[in-house]
Design a protein around this ligand. Structure first.
Ligand SMILES: NC(=O)c1ccc[n+]([C@@H]2O[C@H](COP(=O)([O-])OP(=O)(O)OC[C@H]3O[C@@H](n4cnc5c(N)ncnc54)[C@H](O)[C@@H]3O)[C@@H](O)[C@H]2O)c1
Length: 327
């Protein structure tokens, strides 16, 4: 297969590129390097099977050219995470909406299959736990910047369904707190990277709120496995899937695990949300995927235990820190 991976130099995208190459696929990675790094995929280049193009999904002609001749497009490029979206909401919406429409139109024109990367954020602050793919979305006011990310990704899903009604063969994956090596400390899964950095530096681990809010942390290797299944299993077309671990962990427990795993003497420091994000910030208390549909249709289950995934992530962050300090 020849695959186009948008956001291919990013955290999940670069590991998807590696996994596709190891399956024997040919891969073209497109990224504007606004957040991703060429270093994330440099080791994949030069083998003949992988090409990197620096460019934007906002460049309609470029996207169309790259998609033609591909049998599948994995669309991961986006402005990701509360930090970036709150910092520049207009850019976030332009990239996530216009850029995604360019990618969908290009895949449609070329006859390629498409996997759209969406997010658990689309469920907003729904209390229907676990989140079932067809469940309701519950969002706050449009004056609260963080909901623009959820809304832009939900609109991407609507656009994908609209193209599917015209004949695009597409599937949607909703990631739940992916973490692992190459995690961007300011990105979506920032809490894992931030806690590890703080623990390694011997600084307090800053827990927002009371720390009882829960998330289902999913090792990136599992997120990538589910993404490839969504792009290859025949019954996946026209469907959206939660890709997440079924294990619910509170943020305070995550912090304690990281302190233990790193052998750090750091303590936990509880910081009110208002101090961390401003007065009108809202954060869902629980975010738990229903894993049934992905299991039944894709045969997908997250399999890397949290302790193991965290250990690998700590090791990667230690190595990265050592390389940085050696210049
Ligand atoms: N990490 C998670 O837990 C998580 C959770 C939910 C959804 N997602 C989704 O998964 C996808 C990948 O996220 P990630 O965590 O790897 O984040 P990431 O920021 O590492 O990856 C996104 C990549 O897109 C690139 N990009 C941004 N704007 C671009 C543009 N205009 N043109 C080309 N490239 C552009 C960035 O440089 C970056 O490399 C995103 O669509 C995100 O919304 C991630």
């Amino acid at each position: 297969m020849k695959a186009l991976v948008t956001g291919g130099a990013g955290f999940i995208g670069s590991q998807l590129v590696e996994a596709l190459l190891s399956r024997g696929d040919e891969v073209m990675a497109l990224d504007d390097l606004s957040i991703g790094k060429e270093a994330n995929i440099r080791h994949c280049l030069g083998s003949g099977g992988c090409e990197f193009v620096r460019g934007s999904i906002l460049d309609e002609d470029l996207v169309r050219r790259l998609a033609s001749g591909c049998s599948i497009v994995y669309h991961l490029a986006a402005v990701v995470g509360v930090h970036y979206v709150v910092a520049d909401p207009l850019k976030g919406m332009q990239v996530n909406l216009r850029g995604t429409e360019n990618v969908l139109a290009a895949a449609f024109a070329s006859g390629a299959r498409l996997v759209l990367a969406s997010t658990s954020e689309v469920y907003g602050k729904s209390f229907q736990i676990p989140f079932v793919e067809d469940g309701d979305r519950v969002l706050g006011s449009t004056k609260v910047g963080r909901w623009s990310y959820s809304t832009s990704k939900a609109l991407d899903e609507h656009l994908a369904f609209a193209y599917a009604s015209l004949g695009l063969r597409m599937s949607i994956v909703r990631y739940f707190n992916a973490y692992g090596p190459r995690l961007d400390p300011r990105g979506y899964g920032s809490v894992v990277a931030r806690f590890i950095s703080q623990a390694l530096a011997g600084e307090p681990l800053t827990v927002h709120g009371d720390g009882n809010q829960t998330r289902c942390f999913t090792y990136v290797e599992d997120s990538v496995k589910g993404t490839i299944l969504a792009g290859t299993v025949a019954g996946a077309e026209g469907e959206q899937f939660n890709l997440g671990s079924a294990r619910e962990t509170s943020i305070a427990d995550l912090a304690r695990m990281i302190v233990d795993l790193t052998g750090s003497r750091s303590r936990l420091e509880f910081v009110p949300y208002a101090r961390a994000y401003g007065e009108r910030f809202e954060d869902p208390q629980r975010r738990v995927p229903s894993v049934q549909k992905a299991k039944e249709i894709l045969g997908f289950e997250a399999s890397v235990p949290l302790e193991q995934g965290l250990r690998r992530t700590v090791q990667w962050m230690r190595e990265t820190e050592t390389r940085r300090s050696q210049g």
